[in-house]
Each structure stands twice: as C-alpha cells, then as structure tokens.
Design a protein around this ligand. Structure first.
Ligand SMILES: Cc1cc2nc3c(=O)[nH]c(=O)nc-3n(C[C@H](O)[C@H](O)[C@H](O)COP(=O)(O)OP(=O)(O)OC[C@H]3O[C@@H](n4cnc5c(N)ncnc54)[C@H](O)[C@@H]3O)c2cc1C
Length: 488
C-alpha cells in the first residue's frame, strides 16, 4: 500500500504561514479518519505529521520508493487502515509530512462554532519541516498525536540492542531493517504479538516470547473484549501466526536482566508471580542479540497540556490522558482529541474517535445536533479496549527488578540510587526528584523515565506519577526554528 496524501514538497518555496479551517496533529488512524470526514464536508484541512508518510504507528508505510520482502503480514482488520490511506491519497486533505509540531496556541472565539472575524483568534501550530520554521493557522485544532512506549527498567535495559516493542516494529515496518538475529520479545500488552510477527517476518528467530500478565488474567478479559469482534478476531489471528511459527507465548514470565559486553549477548528470564514479583529460583539464561521490551503505551498529551486542556488520570488507559467528551471535546473550546491521546485504545477506537470529532465540528458549523450513533460506536470500542488493557496493567513487583545501579533516566544517566537520594533531600514528587538529579531533563523530555522515576525512587511499585509540566519546544527542534518562528 502506497499512500502519501499531499505532502509539503518543494520546500524552498513553501510559505512560512499556511491557513486552514481545521489543523490536525498526527496522520495516524485518528487524524486520518477526522481529516477525511472534515474534507468530505468541504472544510480545508491540513494534517501535520513528523513521520515521512501518513499512517501513524500501526499503518506505518515504508519511505516512498522503498520495497520490502519482509513486510509482516497483517490481520484482516488492518484493511480499514489501508482503506483510509487510499482515501487520503484521493482526497483534498493536505498532509504536511516531516512536520514536527513544537508549539501551539488555542483558537479563541465567541462560541463553540469555529469562528472567523474580529472577535476570533486563529489557533496556531508551529512546526519544523526540513529545517524550515513554519506555522499553521486554523479555526479548530484536532490533536491525534498518539502515544509512546512504556518501559520498566531492569539491569542491562540500556545496553545497545535492547529496544522497545514499538521501535522493533518501526525498524521492520518503517525501514525494512531486521533488528537482530535472535530475539527475546518481552513485556506486557497487546503490542507483544504484532512485535513477534514483525520479527518473524524480518527473518529473526524469536527465542522467547514472554508476557508478564498471568494467563488467567488475560482469559478473564475475554468477555469484555467481546464488545469488539474485530479485536477478538485480531488476537486469534496473531495467536495463529505464532502457532504456525512454533513460538509459544509464555504468560507470567519476564526478562530479569540483560547481559553482554557492550551490547546484548544474553537475557536472564524467568517466572513472575501475579503481582509481577520475580521468582528468582526460576531464572535461566538464553542467548540473544536483541531484546524487545515494552509495557504498554503512554498517551502523548504534551500538545494538549500546552493548549491548556484538562487532563485526567486513568491507569488502565496509559496514565495521564487528555480529558475528552464523547465527541472528543477537550476543556478548551475548538480543541479536540482523537485516538491514544485521550486514552490508549487501539486503531479501531482512534478511527471512531476521529469520525466522532469530525461529526461534531461539522455539526457545529451547520448548527445541527451532534451525531449520536457515532458516539455509541466509539464508546463500545473504548470499553472493549479498556477491558483488555486491564489485564495488562504494569504489575508493581516488576519494579523490584531494577537494582540501585540500574539507570532510570537514560538521557541523563541517572541511577535508581541517585533518584532515591534526590527524593530524600527534595521530596518524592516528580519535581523534587528532577531538581535533585536531573531525571527527565534530557532530550526525550522525560517521556521514557517519567512513569518510573517516582515508583523507583520512593515506595516500590507506586502506580501513579505526577503530571509532568510541559516546556516549549514540545519536541527537540533546532534553536533557529524557535528564533525564526513566524509570529502569524
Ligand atoms: C511505536 C508504536 C507501534 C505500534 N504498533 C502497533 C501495532 O502493530 N498494532 C496495533 O494494534 N497497535 C500498535 N500501536 C498502537 C497504535 O499506535 C494505536 O492503536 C493507533 O495507531 C493509534 O492511533 P492514533 O491516531 O491515536 O495515533 P498514531 O497512530 O500513533 O499516530 C500519531 C501520529 O502523530 C504523529 N505525531 C506525534 N507527535 C507529533 C508532533 N509533535 N508533531 C507532528 N506529528 C506528531 C506521529 O508521527 C504519528 O504518525 C503502536 C504504537 C506505537 C507507539
């Protein structure tokens, strides 16, 4: 499947400021679904995405002109995503690829209808694209920036060739690169199975596939998942792929440590109990040259925070999420949320969200009532996802894998013991620990360590972390981009 939408090309002459009715951040399923429906209603829509091509994480495409013989086969439910990509290519939606949004301002106006006129101020999305500093002005903003991987530190997790489940998929599906030859795939959640199939498609031998949740917890989630037939069929499809390849997913297992001289050479694996506590007497060593690990996803809420949107804590849905109504309404007028930013739910939810958001924006513009059927579809997809994710919560015992010298913030090389020392002096809030040891102050801006730092520095296994504060730039960009930012 090749679909590009209408990319910003010829960047020498690209205008610094562009205008649209609706600006969308993210060309994943949520952003694409919203964009298509809005464009169908005759609105001018611009989608900004930092990726090279639209599709988001799940429908990631190889760069234009690349062909791969190792592209993993996909469950039938993914056809929905490919259909979106095909429609996007034929649509009037303008997709600006390689466009990293690093700052944002909310639209203001006298009412819920996206406005023009003297009383209204356009919403603004500043982005960097191929070294140029650009600005999109729009009457309404839809945030669909997805999520990022969650890691739980264990000894050796920062060795080269320990990668996240998401990174493994990006390498195989986005760049046709095999991350190694012998892989351990471990963690918890629905991303494990697609990662195993991606590894197999790339010719990587999967020597162990380990799910930390107990089998019973996963089976108990099935009745709730029945609310989404597509989800269940997808799970069975992946299970069949593993069976065909002779890979057995071991429940109640985890990686205890990774060892090697300068890179991954072996992994120590073993059983964990229902609370995630490692059962050390079961430990054994397997040889591997890549370890893929991940414990679910964390919503990417930073742009929403910058716009002043209210957030809500929901551990099952990934932690801090943007608060969103049934049609993706945030607490800020004419700013909407679709997909993982409002809680992890998968592509089916993201598409339903995108359509619901677009339905409301179009209804607002026409002065019509909100389209209710879309809202209930979104609700049942979300509750099926919620039922499934409950089985895969991060078990507190897993935090006991990290030792005092294990790194917790990899950008700033902060160990567990220095985070603990900082907590003793400055308090065990996120801010206190950060003040004392710089955890979260590196280039990833805390995306990787924030969910773990308080759990490891204070009471082992604390499930909740403080809401991080956001700083501009929201993503790392060149200083010149900030200095040259169009004022609009
Ligand atoms: C690495 C990764 C791999 C995944 N693989 C699978 C899988 O195989 N199967 C599965 O069922 N689910 C997978 N998921 C979950 C999947 O992402 C979601 O279910 C679904 O894609 C969510 O759709 P979305 O529209 O909310 O966000 P996404 O699909 O994540 O799309 C968000 C888009 O926003 C863009 N973006 C984010 N921030 C910015 C910014 N500041 N500026 C510009 N653009 C930005 C990103 O480039 C991305 O294209 C994966 C998630 C991740 C993080």
């Amino acid at each position: 499947m090749e679909a590009d939408g209408h990319h910003g090309g010829g960047l020498v002459s690209a205008p610094a400021v562009i205008d649209a009715d609706v600006g969308i951040v993210g060309a994943g399923p949520g952003g694409m679904a919203a964009a298509l429906r809005l464009a169908d209603a005759g609105l001018a829509v611009v989608v900004l995405d930092e990726g090279m091509r639209p599709g988001g994480q799940i429908f990631r495409q190889l760069p234009a002109g690349f062909v791969s013989t190792a592209h993993p086969s996909e469950p039938p439910s993914h056809q929905q995503g490919h259909e979106l990509l095909r429609k996007l290519q034929r649509s009037k939606v303008r997709v600006e690829a390689r466009a990293t949004v690093w700052d944002a301002a909310a639209p203001t106006g006298p009412g819920p209808v996206p406005h023009t006129g003297a009383a209204a101020q356009a919403g603004k999305l500043w982005f960097e694209q191929d070294g140029a500093s650009r600005l999109l002005r729009c009457k309404a903003i839809v945030l669909a920036p997805g999520a990022y991987d969650r890691c739980v530190p264990f000894p050796g997790w920062t060795l080269p060739a320990v990668i996240t489940l998401g990174a493994a998929q990006v390498m195989v599906r986005g760049f046709a690169i095999a991350p190694g030859t012998r892989a351990v795939v471990a963690g918890s959640g629905p991303l494990l199975l697609p990662t195993v199939t991606a590894m197999l498609a790339a010719g990587v031998e999967v020597v162990a596939a380990l799910e930390a949740a107990p089998r019973l917890a996963v089976l108990a989630a099935i009745p709730g998942v029945l609310r989404s037939g597509a989800r269940l069929r997808e799970a069975f499809w992946y299970a069949r792929q593993l069976l065909k390849a002779g890979v057995r997913l071991k429940f109640g297992h985890a990686v205890f440590a990774v060892e090697g001289n300068g890179r991954v050479e072996r992994a120590v694996i073993g059983k964990v109990d229902a609370a995630g506590m490692p059962l050390r007497h079961t430990a054994r060593t397997v040889e591997a040259d890549v370890v893929c690990t991940g414990f679910g996803l964390v919503p990417s809420i930073e742009i929403g925070q910058k716009l002043g949107c209210a957030t809500v804590w929901n551990e099952t849905s990934g932690g801090w999420c943007l608060e969103a109504g049934p049609f993706g309404q945030t607490s800020v007028q004419n700013v909407f949320a679709a997909g993982e930013i409002a809680g992890i739910g998968g592509s089916e939810v993201a598409i339903a969200d995108g359509e619901a958001v677009a339905g409301l924006i179009v209804a607002n513009l026409r002065g019509a009532p909100a389209p209710l059927p879309l809202s209930s579809r979104r609700q049942s997809a979300r509750s099926a996802a919620f039922a499934m994710l409950r089985a895969f919560h991060v078990r507190p015992g897993l935090f006991s894998l990290a030792q005092p010298d294990t790194i917790v913030c990899r950008c700033e090389d902060v160990t567990v013991q220095s985070a603990r020392a900082a907590a003793l002096v400055h308090g065990s809030t996120l801010r206190g620990i950060k003040m004392g040891c710089r955890a979260g102050m590196g280039p990833c801006q805390g995306r990787l360590c924030t969910p773990n730092v308080q759990a490891l520095a204070s009471s082992v296994g604390a499930a909740k972390w403080d809401l991080p504060t956001v700083q501009v730039p929201l993503k790392p960009v060149a200083t010149a981009t900030i200095l040259d930012a169009p004022k609009g």
